[in-house]
Design a protein around this ligand. Structure first.
Ligand SMILES: [Fe+2]
Ligand SMILES: [Fe+2]
Length: 242
């Protein structure tokens, strides 16, 4: 396994052409394993989705540097405003002088325009940012699973939904990509710790995500998942309603 830090176990895998998953396993109180993933899209304008928590920055920087020079990064993107999503945003902006935050319009207006050391590029719902060979289409998803500013990015070239906290699985996420069931483990985890806001339009937002017909789901916690993403999202929608 391409481990980039022996002490933390941080590792990097190319899970689709030019799409790298950076994984750091962590131990939670009580002995439960958990993991934090970031995704690096290498294109003419490279993009990092999720910065990782601020204290994890040296590990994630080391992992990105194993793939390409960190200073090449142009977009630091994330789903919503939380430490694991964007806690080290300013450290990345300092390390990559040409990079800017990339997020939804609510995140830009409410938080990132103030928190970030450089102004964000805000994407409207359905707007695509060109990266080169591919691009990312922003999908607003307020309060799904949480955060008014929440949204996701669909990478058009690899048909990957950068799906943040959706399908959060416990454990170290040692398998970079799985085709096995992730809904069962993530629903079992959600039953213990329900991180969904259960907003009024959750079903509609899940259906909007499913309409992108993703072939790969880039989860922040646990393994990424390859398969019929529309079907998986529909099953999540059913589970949330039951
Ligand atoms: Fe979150
Ligand atoms: Fe998260």
């Amino acid at each position: 396994m391409p481990v980039t830090n022996a002490a933390s176990g941080t590792n990097v895998h190319e899970i689709a052409d030019g799409l790298y998953r950076i994984n750091t396993p962590v131990a939670l109180p009580g002995g439960l394993g958990f993991s934090f993933n970031q995704y690096l899209v290498v294109d003419e304008e490279p993009l990092l989705f999720h910065t990782g928590p601020r204290r994890m920055f040296p590990l994630v920087r080391e992992a990105v540097a194993s793939v390409m020079p960190v200073a090449r990064l142009r977009h630091i993107a994330f789903s919503h405003v939380e430490a694991d999503e964007c806690g080290s945003l300013n450290e990345w902006l300092a390390a990559a002088p040409q990079a800017a935050p990339l997020c939804g319009s609510v995140a830009a207006m409410v938080s990132i325009g103030d928190l970030a050391d450089r102004p964000p590029r805000a994407l409207a719902d359905g707007e695509t940012a060109r990266l080169g060979r591919g691009g990312v289409t922003w999908l607003d998803a307020p309060h799904c699973p949480h955060g008014w500013e929440c949204g996701f990015a669909f990478e058009t070239r690899t048909k990957t939904l950068l799906c943040g906290d959706l399908f959060t699985q416990p454990g170290g996420g040692t398998e970079p990509v799985t085709e096995q069931d992730v809904l069962g483990p993530s629903e079992a985890f959600r039953k213990q710790m329900d991180y969904f806001a259960h907003g009024p339009d959750t079903a509609g937002l899940i259906a909007k995500l499913a309409a992108t017909r993703p072939a790969l789901m880039a989860c922040m916690h646990g393994s990424a998942w390859r398969g019929d993403g529309a079907r998986l999202l529909a099953a999540l929608g059913d589970a949330l309603e039951s």
